[in-house]
Design a protein around this ligand. Structure first.
Ligand SMILES: *Cc1c(COP(=O)(O)O)cnc(C)c1O
Length: 369
């Protein structure tokens, strides 16, 4: 079966991006973030391509279970930890590392009591105000974890940056300073495995590790950069030495002549200013093409840039292919990929590239290259 619409995943791009991350954060270990189906790239295939990472990170325990069921043995970090006793038992069974960000999760560990010694990452909230212990609450959390009936194998610290994608924003430096003050107040402890009895620390996501040398830590946690996409609004992945790993491609399924003055698509929002050639492509919001993409947004047909004409439908879009007199049914088209940066398409749709790549829907087959 030849596929009309598909998301092609370039595994050597994933590997090359991992190398680029290592070069950007020399000496740091890399926790490859593969949550949300590896940002739409396919969880297991991506994790397999990134076997050279030092660990994998997921948001939900179900994602971790899929990795283990596929035979992946790398350390797996649950970025939000667990929320119930059965989840904790599953995490023990699967040998997951746990983020602990809330006192209720320490309560689960206290009640669990048996079995596995977990590697625990205590999350410190240095200003994001989403997950994590505030610095003033951290000592009590640490003391409770150290007093567990089955103490952690190792305790590490992490924090998450809120504004690292803004290159001139002082907040990243402030977050790093807050974390440093927590570290400075710590006594050496047997559960810490860093130099001098200090804990191992993780700070930077993609924007942090690429933009802020002081905001890396012993472990970096890239997601977006591994997929070849820039976290910075004014750059694309290639500017940062990254290779876009996903190409969302489809075909022309109809070509029509639209006389001057007629409209195209729902709502009649696009009107032909001249006799026009409209190509219909098989990809719509049911596949993850954002419906907010406006007329004029770029699409490639046979490598040539054409413009979206009218509203995105569920299964189709129309493009103005008047400048391509030879356009034919079956011609290949690209919605985003190395030759049409997803960063640009996202900007047109008023969103971020994360949402576009994560939003490729389940009915779109992934094709590994
Ligand atoms: C998603 C996530 C990351 C990865 O962020 P990117 O911006 O994609 O690099 C890192 N850390 C945590 C806690 C996350 O939730």
């Amino acid at each position: 079966m030849s596929r009309i619409l598909r998301a092609c995943i370039n595994r050597s791009a994933l590997r090359s991006n991992l190398d680029a991350v290592r070069a950007a954060a020399p000496g740091a270990r890399v926790m490859a973030v593969v949550k949300a189906n590896a940002y739409g790239h396919g969880l297991v295939a991506t994790a397999t391509a990134l076997a050279g990472a030092d660990a994998l990170a997921v948001a939900r325990i179900e994602e971790g279970v899929l990795l283990r069921e596929a035979g992946i043995t790398l350390p797996v970090v649950l970025l939000e930890g667990v929320f119930t006793g059965p989840q904790l038992a599953e995490a023990a069974h699967r040998d997951f590392e746990l983020v602990v960000h809330d006192a209720s999760q320490i309560g689960l560990l206290e009640a669990f009591g048996r079995g596995r010694r977990f590697t625990v990452w205590i999350k410190i909230d240095t200003g994001m105000n989403r997950l994590g212990f505030r610095p003033e609450d951290f000592p009590a959390a640490l003391a409770r974890l150290c007093a567990l009936p089955v103490p952690p194998r190792e305790i590490r610290l992490l924090t998450h940056l809120a504004r690292a994608d803004e290159r001139d924003c002082p907040m990243t430096g402030e977050q790093v300073s807050r974390l440093q003050r927590v570290l400075d107040a710590l006594q050496p402890h047997a559960a810490f495995a860093g130099a001098g009895g200090r804990p191992v620390v993780s700070i930077g996501n993609s924007a942090g590790l690429l933009g802020w040398p002081a905001a890396r830590g012993d472990w970096v946690r890239p997601g977006l950069a591994l997929y070849g996409v820039s976290p910075f609004p004014d750059q694309v992945g290639a500017d940062l030495g990254l290779m876009a790993a996903m190409t969302l491609e489809t075909s022309v399924i109809a070509v029509r002549r639209v006389p001057c003055g007629e409209t195209v698509g729902y709502g009649g929002t696009w009107r032909a200013a001249q006799d026009s050639t409209i190509a219909i492509l098989a990809a719509g919001y049911g596949d993850g093409v954002p419906r907010h993409l406006p007329s004029g947004a770029p699409v490639l047909i046979g490598g040539e840039r054409v413009a979206l004409a009218g509203r995105v439908s569920m299964d189709m879009i129309a493009v103005d292919a008047t400048r391509l007199p030879e356009v034919r049914v079956g011609d290949r088209a690209v919605l985003w990929g190395p030759t049409l940066p997803v960063e640009h398409v996202a900007a047109q749709a008023g969103t971020i590239p994360y949402e576009l790549i994560c939003g490729v829907s389940q009915r779109v087959p992934l094709e590994l290259r």
